[in-house]
Ligand binder design. Structure first.
Ligand code: TA6
Length: 281
């Protein structure tokens, strides 16, 4: 069952309830901000101070970063992580599948605001399947007469019991760019987090495992070459008005992405799909 809901300020979202899971997705940003499989803890972290307001990105869940990730390379004054997370998307389809899952499709097309900062004709299609597992895919189609480059991310905030006890497996030996130190590094062993971390792992494998508390969360991705890991730790969290001071202890972002040297070039009529399937046990 999918119910359309609206807050008093007009902010619209969809609530999905089926035999496998419960989820909520905002039309602004096609932003999934809650997903909880039956008998499991919420998968996604959501800030207690998150804004649900027009034009403001929700702190938590899965913001979609597009058509650029981080700062825009040419113009640093443009909105970080692009416009997709602040735009109103159109719901194209809701479908109950035979296995009890729910499939939703949302669409973003150019408008005056997107043209102002990125003057291309494109289709951005987000498919979400809410089942015992969560499947997300973001397809970009170049409908323009010119080629364009994109960087992008499904900036997933995971809910963890204690950041100090997590292990991220699959990146052993990977090379990363450390955004804080502004230099390359090489991973040795599993990733654990004991301080502020903001890294882009290149040529990331398609399977990544996040172990936390008693559960293992597995990400299986396609069309993604980078994995971004982020935790702001205490000082940066204090500077963020939409995150309670200690909340960095219960979140970690593992972002299925194509960023920096892993940008995607699309010629006219070409398309690209960034996909992740997230399972837990
Ligand atoms: O993915 C990591 C990152 O790019 C960090 O550098 C940090 O700024 C974070 O995303 C959150 O960005 P936001 O614009 O949502 O505050």
């Amino acid at each position: 069952m999918t119910i359309q809901k609206e807050l008093e300020n007009g902010f619209q979202y969809l609530e999905i309830k089926n035999s496998h899971a419960h989820a909520k997705i905002a039309l602004q940003g096609a932003h999934l901000f809650h997903y909880q499989a039956k008998e499991k803890k919420p998968l996604l972290w959501l800030s207690d101070l998150a804004h649900f307001e027009e034009g403001k990105a929700i702190r938590g869940g899965i913001p979609i970063c597009f058509p650029w990730f981080g700062k825009n390379r040419e113009d640093k004054t443009l909105a970080q992580h692009g416009f997709a997370r602040n735009q109103q998307w159109k719901l194209m389809l809701t479908q109950e599948l035979a296995d009890g899952s729910t499939h939703l499709q949302l669409l973003l097309t150019p408008n005056k605001e997107t043209r102002k900062v990125w003057d291309y004709n494109f289709l951005l299609i987000f498919n979400v399947t809410i089942g015992a597992e969560l499947t997300l895919s973001l397809t970009t189609i170049n409908c323009d007469t010119q080629a364009f480059e994109i960087t992008q991310a499904l900036h997933t905030y995971f809910n963890v019991s204690n950041i100090q006890n997590i292990a991220i497996k699959g990146l052993e030996q990977s090379v990363y760019y450390d955004t804080l130190e502004r230099q390359l590094g090489k991973q040795h062993g599993v990733v654990s987090i004991k301080e502020e971390v903001d890294r882009v792992y290149f040529d990331a494998p398609s399977k990544i495992i996040l172990e936390e508390s008693e559960r293992a969360i597995t990400l299986n991705s396609e069309g993604s070459n980078s994995l971004v890991i982020w935790n702001p730790w205490h000082e940066k969290t204090k500077q963020m008005s939409d995150m309670p001071d200690k909340s960095y202890q219960t979140m970690v972002c593992l972002e299925t992405a194509n960023v920096l040297k892993d940008f995607v070039l699309l010629r006219p009529n070409e398309s690209h799909t960034l996909k992740v399937m997230i399972a837990q046990n």
